[in-house]
Design a protein around this ligand. Structure first.
Ligand code: ADP
Ligand code: MG
Length: 623
């Protein structure tokens, strides 16, 4: 206790001295010092010379070396934004784009949105004056629609290239293509220390510029036996480190919001119970949907005497760097998308992360001093149960959106993929776009398809919006907006499940989830989503086209009702194949909006014994 008091005393004395120099000046000075202390700084001139000499350069450097925050500033200082030309820097994650732009604006003492800005889907924080533009890879992809040669950019930085997100992979192909007829455009491919040879190879043997890391040794500890409950194991490990280990902050890797919230709650509760027996432990979550003021908190310096624990998704693996981390706890899992092109089922499953990921995670412990990484799995599992690297997203996702975009920008057939997607996935995407009327029978983009491509949403959603014209656009736009929110608009904290469920029930209206989202009833949804239909069959549902067995999600307002025909927004696999956001329809509507796609035979009902009344009606409607 006495140390804590002394420390506090010293701190407040310092604080009182400070106002002699203006606070802003002081802050600016120390920021410039931090900039000069980053590993990239000694290489500033060499890097600029290499960029001057080569059109395409691959830049490899340890996470935290200063690639994302410094390179755009160096380029600006070197004159690359003369005449209002922009420097674009892509990020796979929204949070990273926002947070890095905010940091750079601060370093340059400008207001975010002026000279430095960011652009993410549904949020544009840029202006006429913006010359350093951070954006998600998906946003740059959309800029190709309005500016196919990216004429307003002097430099494009494809950052976090090693993440190999779908959009980053598509950007590789498009940018390689335009670089040929825009010799003045500089292309920088920045990556953590992974895969850089492959990038170089893809970009016609572009040189690799390596920024030597400043990395301290990290001791790695494995568990002797597998952990039955890794969440509980994380909580116990954090408390053990807190009580037994020397100062230094802790970083815990979990797979998503729910787990992170649960972990934070458990930690807070146990700390409360231990009371003043232990030093202060600041528990801070970070995940994509966390409000940005809460996100910013993870960067605040830890007060003396206390310890910080940041509980993060793999956003903290390479996209964000938190100073002061000495201990990493890695349960070895991540949430991964996978896609089955035969059934159209996209699933989000918690799976073991790759060895490359595990090594990146461990590396987070050695940035400021020697660190420790506690792996909550066995050394055997690391060797035998983990994949070497993560499969690129392009090989495990639905491509409807991207194929439509590529159709309107470029030639799909000759597209230069770094790793091509599976053939079936492409075929299914084309088939779906044809069914929606975005492509004609020759596979050419239709007028409707071109308009659909302009909307930054899935093809089914854009068709739904366009089909609503003059009738119910406003309602449909509201529904579309609600459906575009990640996960769900209904927040369901662990300790208030009953409250949350009651609150949700208050919104329920008959008809289905889309109507709960709005309270309106219309057929336009059918026009866009006729592709996603399912019919009631023994205990569950069967999708009409693929005869896949699926279930209504328990959170759905139609969970009890189980209507005969329905349309779903998406299929997700968690514990079962669940349809999320479902709405009841009449089978006859399908023939009306998609006669080219459904044959009346497919829509005939076979379950007559169960529902004789409806059976008659359906026949009538089918005429
Ligand atoms: P890289 O892109 O090479 O991983 P960054 O440019 O993102 O590195 O980060 C360089 C350094 O800038 C980090 O080590 C950290 O000290 C600092 N930094 C970055 N973002 C922030 C932030 N939002 N708040 C405080 N410091 C930050
Ligand atoms: Mg970075």
């Amino acid at each position: 206790v006495s140390t804590a008091i002394t420390m506090k005393g010293t701190r407040s004395e310092k604080d009182q001295e400070a106002p002699a120099l203006s606070q802003a000046e002081l802050k600016k000075q120390s920021m410039q010092e931090v900039r000069r202390s980053l590993p990239i700084f000694p290489y500033r001139e060499d890097l600029l010379a290499a960029i001057h000499e080569h059109q395409i350069l691959v830049i490899e450097g340890e996470t935290g070396s200063g690639k994302t925050t410094q390179i755009p500033q160096y380029l600006l200082e070197d004159g690359y934004t003369k005449g209002g030309m922009k420097i674009g820097c892509t990020q796979p994650r929204r949070v990273a784009a926002m947070s890095v732009a905010a940091r750079v604006a601060e370093e340059m003492s400008v207001k975010l949105g002026n000279e430095v800005g960011y652009s993410i889907r549904f949020e544009d924080c840029t202006s006429e004056r913006t010359v350093l533009k951070y954006m998600t890879d998906g946003m740059l992809l959309r800029e190709f629609l309005t500016e196919p040669d990216l004429a307003s950019y002097s430099v494009i930085i494809i950052d976090e290239a090693h993440e190999r997100t779908l959009h980053t992979d598509i950007l590789f192909g498009l940018i390689k293509d335009i670089a040929r007829f825009r010799p003045d455009l500089k292309v920088l491919v920045a990556s953590a220390t992974l895969d850089t040879e492959r990038f170089s190879c893809f970009f016609d043997d572009a040189p690799v510029f390596r920024i030597p890391g400043r990395r301290f040794p990290v001791d790695i500890f494995y568990t002797k036996a597998p952990e039955a409950d890794y969440l509980e194991a994380c909580v116990v490990s954090v408390l053990q480190i807190h009580v037994t280990q020397s100062p230094g902050d802790i970083l815990v890797f979990l797979t998503g919001q729910e787990e992170i919230e649960a972990c934070c709650e458990l930690l807070q509760e146990r700390c409360r119970r231990l009371g003043s027996k232990i030093a202060e432990l600041l528990v801070l979550p970070i995940y994509a949907n966390l409000p940005s003021d809460m996100q910013a908190k993870i960067f605040n310096p830890t007060p003396p005497g206390a310890r910080k624990v940041v509980v993060a998704t793999n956003i903290a693996e390479t996209s964000l760097t938190i100073d002061g981390i000495i201990y990493v706890i890695d349960p070895g899992f991540c949430k991964q998308k996978s896609y089955n092109a035969r059934t159209g089922m996209e699933s989000l499953i918690v799976t073991p992360c790759s060895r490359a990921s595990a090594n990146q995670r461990a590396g987070r412990a050695g940035r400021v001093a020697a660190g420790k990484c506690f792996r909550l799995y066995t050394a055997w599992a690391f060797k035998h149960e983990m994949e070497e690297t993560t499969v690129p997203e392009i090989q495990r996702t639905n491509l409807g959106n991207v194929v439509l975009l590529l159709k309107s920008i470029n030639d799909l057939i000759h597209f230069d993929f770094m790793d091509p997607p599976p053939h079936e996935t492409l075929v299914l995407a084309l088939e779906q776009l044809y069914a929606l009327g975005a492509l004609n029978h020759l596979g050419e983009l239709t007028k409707l398809g071109r308009r659909m491509a302009e909307l930054p949403v899935d093809p089914m959603l854009s068709k739904m919006i366009l089909a609503s014209e003059y009738k119910c656009s406003e309602e449909v736009l509201t529904i579309a907006a609600m459906l575009s929110v990640n996960n769900s608009i209904f927040y369901r904290p662990k300790d208030k499940v009953v409250h949350a469920d009651n609150a949700r029930m208050n919104f329920v209206v008959p008809g289905g989830d889309h109507l709960v989202l709005l309270n309106v009833y219309t057929q336009a949804i059918t026009a866009g989503y006729f592709y996603h239909t399912a019919r009631l069959s023994k205990g569950g549902y069967k999708t009409v086209k693929h005869q896949q067995t699926v279930y209504v999600h328990p959170n759905s307002s139609l969970f009890e009702e189980q209507p005969r025909w329905l349309i779903y927004h998406e299929l997700v696999f968690t514990t079962k194949e669940f349809m999320r956001q479902v709405i009841e329809i009449e089978s006859s509507w399908l023939l009306e909006v998609a006669p080219h796609y459904y044959k009346s035979k497919e829509l005939e009902d076979s379950s007559s014994k169960k529902m004789p009344r409806k059976q008659g009606k359906t026949k009538e409607e089918l005429g």
